[in-house]
Write a protein that binds this ligand. Structure first.
Ligand code: ATP
Length: 230
């Protein structure tokens, strides 16, 4: 289980998250919602070790990993798919997949990624930066597949994609969840996120405004949070 306890984080003198408590149980899908600037990306960065919290802790299965670097958290099973894709644009699809794989499992990783996304197979020797946005996003998501993570943190992975590709992305997220990965999902398509989520957290101005199951979330209150903070 991935736990954020009383997490306070920010940049320099600016505090963005204030005493946030959040739990990602094994195998669950957790949606993290909130208006622009609420601190969603900052929370994912703190949870994956890209940002050291000011106070509070990050725990994996009860082990305190606060301040651990991203590589160590990756070895503990945390995979962060950042906003804006996070692929190596100058490397080919194959080279990207090799970089994402566990040592010794490269060929297996490539075949499983191609199975999940046949289009990556057709473009295996293409330089990633020359692929379409949707194809690059599939490559970024393939990383969440080949690393066999226990916790996948996804930051707006459907941003800017055509509706058909968004469908494919959500199908893939269901596949990841079926394989047993827990997902922490920041998503602009709120209805879709609520549809797949077991739990939802609503973040507003760096604080948790709601935590519970999707059907407990009052749609009017949700809309108000978004509009009220815009
Ligand atoms: P969005 O939905 O717009 O992506 P968000 O909920 O993900 O927003 P964050 O990206 O976490 O919000 O940003 C929270 C606050 O932290 C914002 O006010 C933002 O300007 C600030 N912030 C983010 N990154 C930095 C940084 N590197 N340095 C300083 N301030 C930052």
């Amino acid at each position: 289980m991935l736990v954020l306890r009383d997490l306070t984080a920010g940049y320099g003198a600016t505090t963005v998250l204030r005493k946030v408590n959040l739990i990602v149980p094994p195998g669950s899908v957790v949606a993290l919602l909130g208006p622009n600037g609420a601190g969603k990306t900052t929370l994912l960065r703190a949870a994956s070790g890209l940002l050291t919290p000011k106070s509070g802790s990050v725990l994996i299965d009860g082990h305190d990993v606060t301040g651990a670097d991203p590589d160590r958290l990756m070895r503990r099973g945390v995979c962060h798919i950042p906003e804006g894709r996070g692929v190596f644009r100058s490397l080919t699809v194959r080279e990207n997949l090799v970089t994402f794989s566990r040592p010794g499992e490269e060929e297996k990783a490539i075949s499983s990624a191609v199975e999940a996304f046949p289009r990556l197979g057709e473009r295996i020797n293409q330089v990633a930066g020359t692929m379409s946005g949707g194809e690059q996003q599939m490559l970024a998501l393939a990383r969440a597949y080949v690393q066999k993570p226990r916790f996948v943190l996804l930051d707006e992975v459907s941003m800017g994609l055509a509706p058909k590709i968004v469908d494919e992305v959500f199908e893939f997220l269901a596949l990841l969840a079926n394989r047993g990965a827990a997902l922490l999902l920041v998503e602009q398509y709120v209805a879709r996120a609520l549809d797949v989520a077991d739990y939802v957290y609503l973040l507003n101005k760096g604080e948790v405004a709601f935590a519970g199951e999707p059907d407990e979330l009052d749609a009017d209150a949700l809309a108000e949070q978004y509009v009220g903070s815009a």
